[in-house]
Structures are given as structure tokens and as C-alpha cells.
Design a protein around this ligand. Structure first.
Ligand SMILES: [Zn+2]
Length: 400
């Protein structure tokens, strides 16, 4: 991207996810081709700076050109390799963990945004605290954590998070581009999808991580409200998972983000055991750290850890556009009330455990599947009988 900043100085950036890194440097353009480390040297006209991934190893100011040598100490997806040229200022900070260990933070912003940046990016510290709590320690400590101001909205460039949201916070007081792109350091950069068709692995977990961040900062109900806003963007027009082995990047909508996030939120309710759920998230980060993973391997891993066969569940949400429909009616016979229900889904083996709360606070767990079932329910739950669609991404149809 070739542009100029507000003061008319050159401002250059690279974001090539989808099109591929072979647009600008020779590589095997496939997610499996991760270098174990990268060193890059850039010469730029004097007066401008070049910011790239990792650490600045060397800066040589010449007569007409300045040379910058950057080094990444970890494996890196080739689309994550980037450069930024502009009139950059550097703001240094540090995140000190509860255990007193620390992580270098660096923010590279255009000179005229330097004052704003130090204060604005304070949100990074609570974010790192939450993500380290839920997922694992920041995966690239030697390189440090960095944000680089860019002329485009954002991108998860490893240890050089691209930020172009113009310093705008949402109503909860955070900048979702900072939160989203940084969550990719875990989901995408540390644990990487093995193929473009599997990109949901990166985007679903990252978009869900936004909601977890809100849960961490505020509370569970606020995060469910955040998720409900995400749900408005789901289109259900195309499968979340793309075809494998064809370098697929032709999605028209954003279902791998928002539907993917709701799939994981639903999965948390299906597993119905938060300590197990959060240990699974950590285990994925641990087991597949700095590795690529394909959909089936991940689904098997989560199934094993969750002690439940999740293949039909993931197939339903990843491969089909329609979501499961919970159909039910309530019958009264001889003074007793019965719930008659069935799940309609493309995946005939899908068995969805659903927890329903009654008015008096009791809850019952039913397994909705492709057969009609009947259970007796408490009388006083009839009026308030409600399927909690804020916990499960299903549609509900009441039959007469
Ligand atoms: Zn993303």
C-alpha cells in the first residue's frame, strides 16, 4: 500500500493475507511454509523509518538512505511478514505480569500521534493479562509485543500488529482492532491453520477471544451481550470451512468470524463445564504451539479432551449453511405436562445437550437429536419455557 500521511510524508505498508506473500517475496506460498526465523534488511530514503516484525537488530543512517535490519526469532506465517515505511515515532512500554516477569511493549505510530499513543495503548496491558490467563503466555517473548500504525484497518502481523482504526474505542472502552489482531498472536500466529480452507481455526477463535476479553474485563453477561451483537453479522450463506488444498480465499461473508465465534460459544454450553472448557483452550495452545493444524486434527483433539464426539457438531456448523432447528411442543395430559421435542439438522448424528431453566430455578438437561423425545416437565415452567438461544446457536420452532 503506497500512500501519504496527514503531513504529506510517504507511508508504505504491506498486507497480503489471501493473495499471498509471493506477491512481494519469493516463497512457497502455503501456510505450511513457515521459516523457523526471519531476518530482513530494508533501505529507505533518509528521514523515513522502516518497521518490520521482531526486533530491530541494526539501524544505519546513511547519506541518502537508512538501512534497518529486523529479526524474528520464531517461526512465522509467510503472510505475516510485513514492512512499514513512514515518519514513525517509537513509544516504549513494559507489561509487568502478576508474577513480576515482564514483556517489552513497543508502539510505532506516526510522529504526530506519539502523545496520544502512550495513553491509548494502555489497553494492551489488561488485554495481555486476560489472554495470558485464558490461553498461555505471550508466544513470542524474545521479539516482544508491538503495534504499528498502518494506513489499513488492521492485520495480525506477528510481533508487529498492524493498527489502523484511528484511535477509536468501542462503547465498552476498548479498540476491537487492538483486541482482535492481538488475539491472533495466539490464534493464527502461534497455532496456525494448515491450509487456507481451514482459516476458521484462526478467525473463529480470535473473534471468540474478543468476547472472552470482555468477560475477563467485565463479566459473563456483558460478554454474552457482546456475542449477541456479533450474531447480527452472521449470514449463513456459505460454509464456514473452505475447500482444502486449493489455496481457497474466496469467502463473500464473515461467517468464519461471527458464526465461528458462536459455534465456540455454543460448544462451551455443550461442554457445560467451564474449567474443562478453559483447559481445552489452553491445551490447544500448548499442544500446537508454533505448529500448523488442520480442522480434523483439531476437532479430534477437542473431542478427546472434552470426552464427547464433536465431529457431527463441527460438521454441522462448519460445512452446512443452515443451523440446527429445535422443534418442540408442550402437551397437557391428566394434569401433567410433557415436552415433546426433536432436533432438525443436516448432520443426522448431531446430539445437542441443551440446558433449560425453569421458573423456579431448576434446570433440566435434554439431549436434542434427530428422534422425537418426550419428557415430563414441571407445571410452573410452562409459561416461562424458553430455549436459551443466548447460549446455543440454534433456531427454535414451537409447534402447535
Ligand atoms: Zn482476524
Amino acid at each position: 500500500m503506497w500512500t501519504k500521511d496527514a503531513q504529506g510524508k510517504p507511508w508504505v505498508g504491506v498486507a497480503c493475507e489471501g493473495d499471498g506473500a509471493s506477491l512481494w517475496w519469493p516463497c512457497k506460498d502455503h501456510p505450511s511454509d513457515e521459516a523457523d526465523s526471519v531476518q530482513m534488511a530494508f533501505s529507505v530514503p533518509k528521514g523515513l523509518k522502516c518497521i518490520s516484525n521482531g526486533n530491530l537488530e541494526k539501524e544505519v543512517i546513511g547519506k541518502d538512505f537508512s538501512t534497518y535490519v529486523w529479526k524474528v526469532h520464531y517461526p512465522i506465517n509467510n503472510y505475516n511478514v510485513t514492512l512499514n515505511i513512514g515518519n514513525y515515532a517509537e513509544v516504549k512500554d513494559e507489561y509487568v505480569r502478576p508474577d513480576n516477569s515482564s514483556l517489552d511493549l513497543r508502539y510505532y505510530v506516526l510522529q504526530f500521534n506519539k502523545e496520544k499513543a502512550r495513553e491509548y495503548f494502555q489497553q494492551v496491558k489488561p488485554m495481555l493479562k486476560c489472554f495470558e490467563h485464558y490461553f498461555s503466555k505471550y508466544p513470542f517473548p524474545k521479539d516482544g509485543y508491538a503495534i504499528v500504525e498502518t494506513p489499513y484497518l488492521g492485520m495480525e502481523h506477528q510481533s508487529a500488529i498492524s493498527y489502523g482504526n484511528k484511535f477509536r474505542k468501542n462503547m465498552l472502552g476498548y479498540d476491537y482492532i487492538v483486541i482482535h489482531e492481538s488475539a491472533h498472536e495466539w490464534w493464527g500466529n502461534n497455532v496456525t491453520a494448515c491450509d487456507h480452507g481451514d482459516l476458521w481455526i484462526q478467525e473463529s477463535f480470535t473473534t471468540y477471544a474478543e468476547a472472552l476479553f470482555i468477560e475477563c474485563i467485565y463479566d459473563y453477561n456483558t460478554s454474552v451481550n457482546y456475542l449477541l451483537r456479533q450474531r447480527n453479522y452472521i449470514k449463513n450463506n456459505e460454509p464456514v470451512k473452505g475447500p482444502s488444498n486449493v489455496n481457497y480465499h474466496y469467502w463473500k461473508d464473515s461467517d468464519m468470524y461471527y458464526k465461528g465465534s458462536w459455534m465456540l460459544h455454543t460448544l462451551r454450553a455443550v461442554i457445560d463445564n467451564d474449567s474443562l472448557w478453559f483447559s481445552i483452550l489452553k491445551d490447544i495452545q500448548d499442544q500446537f504451539s508454533q505448529k500448523q493444524i488442520c480442522s480434523d486434527e483439531l476437532i479430534n483433539f477437542i473431542s478427546q479432551k472434552g470426552m464427547i464426539n464433536l465431529q457431527p457438531f463441527f460438521n454441522q456448523y462448519l460445512l452446512h449453511t443452515d443451523i440446527p432447528v429445535f422443534k418442540y411442543k408442550i402437551e397437557k395430559k391428566k394434569g401433567k405436562y410433557y415436552l415433546i421435542y426433536k432436533l432438525d439438522a443436516f448432520e443426522k448424528d448431531l446430539a445437542l445437550p441443551i440446558k433449560i431453566k425453569s421458573k423456579n430455578g431448576n434446570s433440566i438437561k435434554i439431549i436434542a437429536e434427530d428422534t422425537v423425545k418426550k419428557i415430563e416437565i414441571e407445571e410452573n415452567s410452562i409459561e416461562d419455557f424458553k430455549i436459551p438461544t443466548d447460549l446455543y446457536y440454534i433456531s427454535v420452532e414451537k409447534l402447535n
